[in-house]
Design a binder for this molecule. Structure first.
Ligand code: B4P
Length: 191
């Protein structure tokens, strides 16, 4: 089994690169952002609560996303591996993920961290906002709040995985295909 985390600030290309990686390496894609947006589309109680926070650019509570990930892991007993996209986003989520994977005896092999400047992140997200219909992509202040949440709560997740020497920084600016090649090389080094 090959379990990897694709890490980076909002707009760094996690969702974009995840699509390509799961196709090439036949991994199961677990994006907490997508799972939450699906709950919002179905207008579940969880989705409606999450939307209030997402619309402010804030993270949803750890127990909510950990619960969703735990369910998704159980739903895919025959997976060749999982690509975690946008999760974990706090140190507490990282500890919970380690515990969930301990049961499977299949720890995280590597965290690939996309490195993109703040200016480029904001430009990309505003551009996506022109067509995505995502309310959290359209407002400069909300995007700023998402970047602040990343700095305050999410950057620490990289420190957590640095302790076990699992973090690899990958430049996240340039063409999507060039970045994908670099990510693929790092994955194949560890497979
Ligand atoms: P996410 O869905 O994870 O949102 P994101 O960080 O904006 O997505 P991503 O980073 O994947 O976008 P991408 O770069 O691919 O989360 C949304 C919200 O959900 C969070 O703010 C939070 O409230 C909540 N949430 C999710 N997970 C959570 C968790 N674990 N705990 C708590 N709360 C959680 O794409 C950005 C744009 O850049 C795209 O338009 C793309 O086309 C473009 N792009 C990509 N690569 C490019 C390149 N190389 N050059 C130019 N443009 C590029």
């Amino acid at each position: 089994m090959f379990n990897l985390i694709l890490f980076g600030p909002p707009g760094s290309g996690k969702g974009t690169q995840s699509e390509k990686i799961i196709e090439k390496y036949s991994l199961v894609h677990l994006s907490t952002g997508d799972l939450l947006r699906s709950q919002i589309a179905q207008q579940t109680a969880l989705g409606l609560e999450a939307k209030k926070l997402m619309d402010k650019g804030q993270l949803v509570p750890d127990e909510v996303v950990v619960g969703m990930i735990s369910t998704a892991l159980e739903e895919n007993p025959n997976a060749k591996g999982f690509l975690f996209d946008g999760f974990p986003r706090t140190a507490a989520q990282a500890e919970s993920l380690d515990k969930l994977l301990e049961f499977k005896k299949e720890p995280i092999k590597v965290m690939l961290a996309l490195d993109v400047s703040e200016e480029e992140l904001i430009k990309r997200i505003l551009k996506r906002g022109e067509t995505s219909g995502r309310s959290d992509d359209m407002d400069h202040d909300i995007i700023g709040a998402r970047v602040a949440e990343y700095k305050n709560k999410t950057e620490a997740v990289a420190d957590y995985y640095r302790q076990s020497d699992k973090v690899v920084m990958v430049p996240g600016e340039g063409s999507i295909d060039d970045i994908f090649e670099k990510l693929s090389a790092e994955i194949e080094n560890r497979m």
